[in-house]
Design a protein around this ligand. Sequence first.
Ligand code: NAD
Length: 484
Amino acid sequence: MTGDDVGLKPMLIDGQWVRRSGDPVESVNPATGAPNHRVSTATREDVDAAVAAATRAATNRAWAGMLPHQRAAVLHRIADAMGERTEQFAILQMIENGKVWPECVAQARSAAATFRYYAGVCETLGSEVTPPRGNYLSMTVFEPYGVVAAITPWNSPMTMEAQKVAPALAAGNAVVLKPSELTPSPALELGRVALEAGLPPGLLNVLPGRGDTGAALVAHPGVGMVSFTGGTGSGRRIAEVAAGKLMPVALELGGKSPHVVFDDADVEAAVAGVVGGIFEGSGQSCVAGSRLFVQRSVFDRVVAAVEAAARVLRVDLPDAPGAQMGPIASFGHRDRIAAIVDEARAGGATVVCGGRVPDAPALASGAYYLPTVIAGADRDARIVREEIFGPVLCALPFDGEDDLIAQANDSVYGLAAGIWTRDFTRAWRVARRLEAGTVWINTYKQLSIAAPFGGFKESGIGREKGLTGLRLYQQAKSIYVGLG
Ligand code: NAD
């Protein structure tokens, strides 16, 4: 390791651990307010060094010349090593973003499974022979971009990072990963595991830092493609820089997803889906079903049932047995959520439940906020239109399919949507009319690594996951062989 401050977590560049003591990130546990650790932040010079290392690694025959099944073997070893360290990964996430323990464990397992999935895809997805229109043989092969910059948010760092790093490597690229300043540790652990699993140095570099580190990476001339997950504002800034370089970008951005309950729905199942859809992860999920549309004839009944379920959700320390909701990931974000709810209340909306921090003395030093249900908000109110990214659900009535579609699609976002009804033809019709990249019918937040995922409208560009999620990191090259 280089540098002196041994209490400081290092970054990973070209297989070496490097410490930087200037302007470190001070990680705080949002469940307790206690300091966790300090983390090096990458300077512009570190970005240069990481991109140079990634460029060497991507063009080195040791990786570029590797056969797909050999590359897959490395990815399998990473998956094995992640699986062996599930608890370690889960703890790192829990202390940095405060998610409850079972969710941290599930996400650690899911991240390992993503590496295994892309190991499989890597050895099965090949080139294409295209139909000839003359006396030639034509093929399309798929080649990597070289260096991919992967930039991730704090809400689900392990799954987002696996979802980018595994397919980008499988596709033959090298990666420079810039995790969120709130959750750098799982990414650093992934870097360690990958090195130990035999990934050649330089193929995965991990640069903790803030937005300016990410911006320097995006602007770097050596970066050939950016895969970003985060807020729509940051995504727009990245797209502007990418436009100047004519560089492809994949953007997974925000959402304000409609969750729809028709009058013929199985109310018990729908309420469980609605409550899990917004309050799991304290609402800090891009696909959180934050706008609840209920058919007017059952509105009061459904909202009362959602309220009853929200009131008994157990908000507690994330490692407390039975905890269903932990803290918000940072104090600043908790205060922002509280301010938006206060603004809605002042604007005349009804706070059906929640709308404040919990009373429990054990939670007083953490960044907690109660599950909150709002009714009667103006359709143009900020609480109805903006992504809150917290445990806040806005309930809105609708009068029929056309009214529902008009209201649900009246959003700049289009990430996900949910529908609860027993009428399958209606469910299908509505699913096709909703502007969203993922629609769930009589379920919510069901996610598979095999299904493409991404947003309509300002929720993003491109699709991660599935076979599409590997092609995202490749460019097509068509080759013709004359047979005359
Ligand atoms: P954010 O946009 O503030 O930050 C995301 C990452 O980008 C961080 O690593 C940050 O340091 C970096 N960054 C910030 N500005 C940058 C810039 N100009 N150039 C390069 N990098 C920059 O988002 P966040 O607060 O960490 O995460 C919450 C947001 O992420 C929410 O809007 C949520 O909806 C979205 N999200 C989307 C998905 C999805 O798949 N669509 C998944 C999870 C989260």
